[in-house]
Design a protein. Structure first.
Length: 200
């Protein structure tokens, strides 16, 4: 589990993960698996809605918001599924929301390193760093690097967290598990559909 930096004196460099190849590789795998997961969710929407895959899949991917994609899937499921199957799907979508919150936190923020923690990656929320840099940038522009700017610069590490390789491995495992659950659910729906078709 990532740990916050509690030492203001910690030196951080938010320069990406070039010096931490294991962390970088795991983050890349998280991105790749989430892309594969999104592809399967598009297929799932096509299956649930009964729409042509050539229409439903591009429509699903045209929606940038994960929450809106989840809403589309839930709306289709509410019309198609019932009972335990619908409950299972709702649980799957709750997991999707949680996992994608975690994925987005990792992918859409800043990464770096610290000589004080050479085996860990430094993570920071983009908005926190941007807000913290405002007084620093103002001080640099005015040529008066005052105490407020120095104080803010010292506080920047306190807005960061440290990730071990194991932390990112665990995040990857969670999103892989979700992808596998989606695959299994889609396979089950296809199997049931085939069985119903053969009966009729």
């Amino acid at each position: 589990m990532p740990q916050p930096i509690r030492n203001k004196a910690c030196h951080i460099e938010l320069v990406g993960l070039g010096d931490l190849p294991e962390h970088a590789a795991l983050l890349g795998q998280i991105v790749a698996v989430s892309g594969a997961l999104e592809a399967r969710l598009g297929w799932l929407l096509a299956f649930l809605s009964g729409a042509s895959a050539t229409v439903a899949i591009p429509m699903f991917h045209a929606v940038a918001s994960t929450e809106a994609q989840r809403g589309m899937l839930l709306a289709a499921a509410e019309q198609t599924l019932a009972g335990a199957e619908l409950d299972e799907f709702r649980d799957l979508m709750a997991d999707f929301k949680t996992r994608y919150g975690e994925r987005n936190r990792l992918v859409h923020n800043l990464w770096g390193r610290s000589n004080d923690h050479p085996d860990k990656a430094v993570w920071a929320a983009s908005k926190d760093i941007a807000l913290g840099m405002t007084p620093i940038a103002s001080a640099m522009k005015s040529g008066d690097f005052g105490s407020a700017a120095k104080s803010e610069l010292e506080r920047l590490p306190l807005k960061c967290s440290l990730y071990t390789v194991k932390d990112l491995e665990q995040s990857l495992q969670r999103i892989v598990a979700l992808r596998d659950r989606v695959n299994a659910f889609l396979a089950k729906l296809r199997s049931a559909s085939s069985a119903n078709s053969s009966v009729t």
